[in-house]
Design a protein around this ligand. Structure first.
Ligand SMILES: NC(=O)C1=CN([C@@H]2O[C@H](COP(=O)(O)OP(=O)(O)OC[C@H]3O[C@@H](n4cnc5c(N)ncnc54)[C@H](OP(=O)(O)O)[C@@H]3O)[C@@H](O)[C@H]2O)C=CC1
Ligand SMILES: O=C(CO)COP(=O)(O)O
Ligand SMILES: [Zn+2]
Length: 353
């Protein structure tokens, strides 16, 4: 009998001041005296790390740390080795996507528990079982493991630079076209389509759409809506067992742009612009997507992304080829250069205001 196995986070905690409850959740979930190995970045080590260490030590856990280097497989292997040498039981990612991905992948590789404590709402990798690291044989994510405990403190996440929240919005608005692509691949290629996972991902895009302005302003309401939608999208990926509900042609464009550009934008920023472009190809309301991105403070054209018009065109032409097994509106061969230029011009992504 064909089986579909769904691995989910065991506990998800969201709320203002949630960090204070970290020790209690650890006591519920891990044996007393466990060694917690924190993976965090050079900024967070000087702000939140000491609070986390104190909370865990007060609750009977030992704590060590490493500073997250670049988001590469080599760095994740170093983290895994160091965690093993320290006899760590739990790897805790504390920070943005880079620290979370390094801890997640190192935990999966070393067979240790993984806890995610994101400090920024930049994309749904902070809540998903997937990691993206340079050095993989591909420019997109790979299954690692879901967090056993996912703790999102709204006060902490609201304090992240605004650009990261706008990028998180872009990543989530992308679910509109990701789900259309999944459905298309099902209809044209007979690919498995999980209606429930698709609805959940779609709901995350609809939810943040209603909060675009508040997210742009960085209000707590807006950030809470954003964080809940990031959880919903991460869970959709857990249920699907792949990033299909969360990543389609708009992500192919974003991955291609990241490979091509000399100064790549943030992941969610590129995904947002990709969603404008792919919505146009689907005959959907790309003007509305553009307006929502503007309201959320996210880029809508090449200039705002900090890339050249030519890099946008090149990324559109390249997009279909980087993940041939993931069928999308771009088809198997992708766009010609002329078609790419026309698409980007009509949607004001290039030559625009
Ligand atoms: N797994 C997945 O599905 C996906 C993974 N990714 C990966 O995620 C990474 C990008 O993640 P992203 O979050 O954008 O970037 P980073 O993790 O690099 O974080 C960006 C910067 O913001 C800082 N920061 C984070 N939180 C706060 C805060 N509360 N206050 C002040 N500064 C803060 C970080 O500090 P510090 O330097 O201390 O870390 C860092 O300098 C890339 O490696 C990318 O490949 C992208 C998309 C999907
Ligand atoms: O970014 C993601 C979902 O938002 C992960 O998707 P990819 O599998 O395309 O890397
Ligand atoms: Zn994404």
């Amino acid at each position: 009998m064909e089986q579909h196995i769904i691995e989910l986070p065991k506990r998800i905690v969201v709320g203002e001041g949630a960090l204070k409850s970290l020790g209690g959740h650890f006591r519920d979930m891990f044996p007393s005296g466990s060694l917690v190995f924190v993976v965090t970045g050079p900024h967070i080590i000087n702000s939140l790390y000491n609070d986390v260490k104190q909370i865990l030590e007060d609750n009977g856990f030992s704590v060590t740390y490493t500073i997250a280097g670049p988001a590469t497989v080599d760095e994740a292997n170093r983290v895994a080795e160091e965690a093993k040498r320290d006899r760590a039981d739990v790897l805790l990612g504390l920070g943005g996507g880079r620290s979370i991905d390094l801890a997640k992948y190192a935990a999966a590789e070393s067979g240790k528990e993984f806890v995610s404590v994101p400090t920024a709402p930049s994309h749904d990798g902070i809540t998903s079982p997937f990691a993206t690291l340079r050095g993989f044989e591909r420019p997109y994510s790979k299954l690692a493991k879901p967090p056993r405990l996912l703790l999102l403190d709204i006060d902490v996440i609201s304090s992240a630079p605004k650009r990261l929240a706008s990028a998180g919005f872009g990543d989530l608005i992308g679910k509109y076209t990701a789900v259309l692509d999944w459905r298309l691949a099902h209809n044209l290629r007979g690919e498995y389509y999980g209606a429930y996972a698709a609805s959940l991902a779609l709901m995350s895009a609809r939810h943040v759409g209603a909060y675009a302005r508040k997210i742009g302003l960085g209000s707590k309401d807006g950030i809470r809506a954003l964080v809940e939608a990031l959880v919903s999208s991460g869970v959709a990926m857990c249920i699907a067992g792949s990033s299909r509900p969360a990543s389609g042609s708009e992500h192919l464009f974003a991955h291609a742009l990241e490979m091509i550009s000399k100064r790549p934008p943030l992941h969610g920023e590129a995904v947002g612009v990709g969603t404008i472009l792919m919505s146009y190809l689907y005959g959907k309301d790309w003007v509305r997507i553009r307006r929502l991105l503007k309201e959320a403070g996210a880029p809508v054209n090449a200039r705002e992304l900090g890339v050249t018009d030519d890099e946008v065109i090149e990324a559109l032409v390249k997009a279909a080829s980087i993940r041939p097994e993931r069928y999308t509106i771009l088809g198997e061969k992708g766009l010609t250069r002329d078609a790419a230029e026309e698409l980007a011009t009509k949607t004001k992504v290039i030559n625009g205001d």
